[in-house]
Design a protein around this ligand. Structure first.
Ligand code: HEC
Length: 144
């Protein structure tokens, strides 16, 4: 269980830029209110999917792990409108695509191997990408 706790501490780890009183120096992505809402909604789907995956892992229910991981796969990014994709920097899109692809791989392996410790270690690697992106970018509303 301690490894799981560590994963979540990593996910929202306090980084130097996040220390109270210091300026937020992360790269700003300016989005319209609608686009910002879409991105943050996708983020909450990530968090909710992670909750389902970890709960399923604790029960060793690999079918549920497969289903939850698949829902966070590349299929999720197909819902992103073309004009939002254009508004996002290339680095953001690359990282986002990697995370979706990793969830697809977690689903494939969970289904074929049924090995919860393998899935957990894959999940740990994926969370590193969540952390990397949160350390790099912030979203601000555009004036347009
Ligand atoms: C490609 C970049 C990127 C990736 C990958 C990413 N995030 Fe985010 N996420 C962001 C940005 C940018 C924000 C807004 C942060 C800000 O403006 O301070 C955000 C915000 C969030 C929020 C807050 C949502 C809200 O309603 O305010 C949650 C929760 C979140 N992310 C979870 C996750 C999880 C879990 C993962 C990994 C499975 C993940 N994110 C992967 C970029 C990313």
């Amino acid at each position: 269980m301690n490894r799981l706790v560590c994963l979540f501490v990593m996910l929202f780890a306090v980084t130097p830029v996040a220390i109270a009183g210091e300026a937020d120096t992360r790269t700003v992505i300016e989005l319209s209110p609608q686009h910002r809402a879409l991105v943050l909604n996708e983020m909450r789907q990530f968090l909710s999917g992670l909750q389902q995956i970890t709960a399923a892992l604790s029960r060793d229910d690999m079918d549920a792990v497969t289903e939850a991981a698949r829902s966070l796969g590349v299929v999720m990014s197909h819902q992103v409108p073309a004009d939002l994709k254009q508004a996002l920097p290339q680095g953001f899109r690359t990282l986002g695509h990697q995370v979706h692809s990793q969830f697809d791989q977690i689903a494939l392996d969970a289904e074929s191997l049924g090995d919860s410790s393998h899935a957990l270690s894959q999940l740990g690697n994926t969370l590193t990408q969540c952390v990397a992106c949160h350390n790099t970018y912030q979203i601000r509303l555009s004036n347009r």
